[in-house]
Design a protein around this ligand. Structure first.
Ligand code: CA
Length: 234
């Protein structure tokens, strides 16, 4: 149970049966819960004091993708998306939308609560945001204080978890990190979770960074950062 003042989770879902059982599990876990059944109501409530948003993709008015985009324009509040289809996942996690994590329906409410706890633990003031650390890799520069990524002069827009994943890999240059290790370090899972979210984020990072992507797949194990290209010829 969270310490001190309960954290507030906004549950955005038009199916009342799902919204109420999600709310029940979250309340039992010690969270304050607000609900919204439409995208418009979600945007109003998201402007309040909310620690995390659980956002269904299919809503009657403004869809979850649009809601997430609009929330992201003004806030870094963590967003956990609910989706009925796996094929939406790349888009949800991607630049345009920027959700932190997702669950595919039908989901186990205990898993939902575990994810919420993990995300909120990670969303607590991050040691990295207080530092002015920078990591470099060839033309790629990532700045923890500003949460900025550049390739040469060009700034690359990354979703929050893409940034954290890239940092974690660069911070362990040369070491192979398994998908479970990455889940634990970047998403805060303390159980063996669904590692597809790692693969989806890596795919997005590669797409956005193009040739500057330093991430190497180690088949059957996980990922690592390759030596910088300028170091290869050195
Ligand atoms: Ca729905």
């Amino acid at each position: 149970m969270p310490e001190g003042k309960p954290q507030t989770v906004l549950v955005v879902e038009d199916e009342t049966s799902i919204a109420s059982f999600v709310a029940l599990y979250l309340k039992n876990a010690g969270y304050e819960v607000r609900t919204a059944a439409t995208g418009a109501d979600a945007l109003v409530k998201a402007a309040g004091d909310v620690s995390l948003i659980i956002l269904d993709l299919m809503l009657p008015d403004i869809d979850g993708i649009e809601v997430c985009k609009r929330v992201r324009q003004r806030s870094d509040v963590p967003v956990l998306m609910l989706t009925a289809r796996d094929e939406d996942v790349d888009k949800i996690i991607g630049l345009e939308v920027g959700a932190d994590d997702y669950l595919t329906k039908p989901f186990n409410p205990r898993e939902l609560v575990a994810r919420v706890k993990s995300i909120l633990r990670r969303a607590a003031p991050d040691k990295r945001s207080l530092e002015s650390a920078q990591l470099r890799h060839g033309d790629l520069v990532i700045d923890a204080g500003r949460r900025e990524v550049r390739v040469g002069e060009q700034e690359i827009q990354l979703a929050p978890k893409e940034f954290d994943l890239l940092w974690e890999l660069l911070d362990h240059k040369g070491l192979v990190l398994t998908r479970d290790q990455l889940l634990e370090r970047v998403w805060g899972y303390t159980f063996a979770g669904d590692t597809r979210t790692v693969d989806v984020h890596v795919r997005q990072l590669r797409r956005k960074l193009g040739d500057a992507s330093p991430i190497v797949t180690v088949w059957g194990v996980g990922y690592k950062v390759a030596p910088a290209r300028d170091a290869v010829n050195a």
